[in-house]
Design a protein around this ligand. Structure first.
Ligand SMILES: [Cu+2]
Length: 399
């Protein structure tokens, strides 16, 4: 099947199951990013994988992280392979088969406990084993509450917040709430506003959630390594006025956090690489919100096929009359951009970083790739790909 055919593919059932298509897993081989004729397939070529690139193009992460970065997305371990279409299809089939739902995802919502009007979040900082996909060996990562990305923390403007971080690492750390206007002592920068949180120690961050919108929390200590290895998460501050929240303001039926990273494990969306990335499944006519957050070391231009994106906020601040429409949105490290997508075209639309080395090689797609599937019962037949397996939507739908 051609790539074009694959991108059209999809299966729809009344139960909300969908199959999508994008292509599969492989890596440039040879030196740097070149796709040379000596390209091999599978993990044997991992040393030349795209996931190794950040080490070359950025301040060097630790040796441990560099070693882990050599894990390349791969469909098979049989070098050399010349059947690139088969390799690509194998990855697509894994995606279609619901690999994303086959093991636990990070970015799960964490409910605070209320203590005298304060929303208290209990957090741990742990060494974890994390799977970028269901096939590659787990990587030695770091996580908040045992997951990567860390738990999604959602509060309301004006809430009093207490976030207690217990450091279970063998090294010190610090936690910065990125994008929040904070009391200086709560800014989380070791040796500037606080002592590092030592191994085995704890630190309690207390502040009032002032800055509405899409924000993050992450390590601000040995950050190239610690953030690169997974110490990152989403911190969402909902406006106090319900009418200003995206479900009411835009009629959004899904509110999706999309955190990119590009160090440990290669190019990831919410800690996953294609084909283990979660698809986004919507119904025709739905409006959905995506909150892009970049915790990586390089810019990623997110490109959506089929339907445009309306960009409504940057770093949590509404763009108002400066809102704009695009199909490719560059998100720099540290930035957050909120977009509204009007799902008015049925189909399975590829959704990927358009730095192609982050998304597709000779053997198909890997890394920063997923798909937006717009379901339309009337179009189900024309979208159907014969024999394609179906899978359930695994994207969290509400913040
Ligand atoms: Cu990219």
């Amino acid at each position: 099947m051609t790539r074009r055919g694959l991108l059209r593919a999809g299966v729809l059932t009344g139960g909300g199951l969908v199959a999508v298509a994008v292509a599969a897993c492989a890596k440039p081989a040879g030196v740097g990013w070149t796709l040379g004729p000596t390209a091999t397939s599978g993990t044997a070529a991992a040393g030349a994988s795209p996931s190794a690139a950040p080490a070359a193009s950025s301040a060097a992460p630790t040796a441990a992280a560099s070693a882990e970065m050599s894990h390349a997305p791969s469909a098979s371990a049989a070098p050399p392979s010349t059947d690139h279409d088969a390799n690509a299809k194998a990855g697509v089939d894994r995606f279609l088969g619901g690999e994303a739902a086959s093991y636990p995802m990070g970015n799960q919502p964490l409910e605070p406990r209320l203590e005298n009007g304060v929303k208290v979040f209990e957090m741990t900082i742990d060494e974890i084993e994390h799977r970028i996909d269901a096939v590659l060996p787990p990587v030695k990562a770091l996580g908040y509450n045992g997951m990567w990305p860390g738990p999604r923390l959602t509060v309301t403007e004006g809430d009093k917040i207490r976030a207690i971080f217990k450091n279970n690492l063998k090294e010190s750390t610090g936690v910065h709430f990125h994008g929040q206007r904070l009391p200086n002592a709560m800014d989380g920068v070791p040796h500037i506003t606080q002592e590092p949180i030592p191994a085995g120690g704890s630190f309690t961050y207390e502040f009032t959630a002032k800055t509405v919108g899409s924000h993050m929390y992450h390590s601000h200590h040995n950050a190239t390594d610690q953030v690169g290895r997974g110490l990152l998460g989403a911190f969402i501050v909902q406006p106090k006025a319900p009418a200003e929240r995206y479900d009411q303001l835009y009629g959004a039926s899904q509110d999706i956090v999309w955190i990119s990273n590009d160090t440990l494990g290669g190019f990831t969306i919410n800690g996953r690489g294609f084909p283990a990335t979660a698809p986004i499944v919507a119904k025709l006519g739905d409006k959905i919100v995506i909150r892009f957050m970049n915790e990586g070391q390089m810019m990623h231009p997110w490109h959506l096929h089929g339907v445009p994106m309306r960009v409504v906020a940057r770093d949590g601040y509404p763009l108002g009359g400066a809102a704009f429409t695009c199909d490719t949105l560059g998100v720099n490290p540290g930035e957050r951009w909120d977009v509204v997508i009007d799902c008015d075209e049925p189909g399975a639309w590829a959704f990927h970083c358009h730095i192609l080395q982050h998304a597709e090689g000779m053997d198909g797609m890997y890394g920063m790739v997923t798909a937006l599937v717009v379901q339309d019962a009337a179009a189900a037949v024309s979208l159907q790909r014969a024999g394609a397996p179906a899978f359930a939507c695994v994207i969290p739908t509400k913040i």
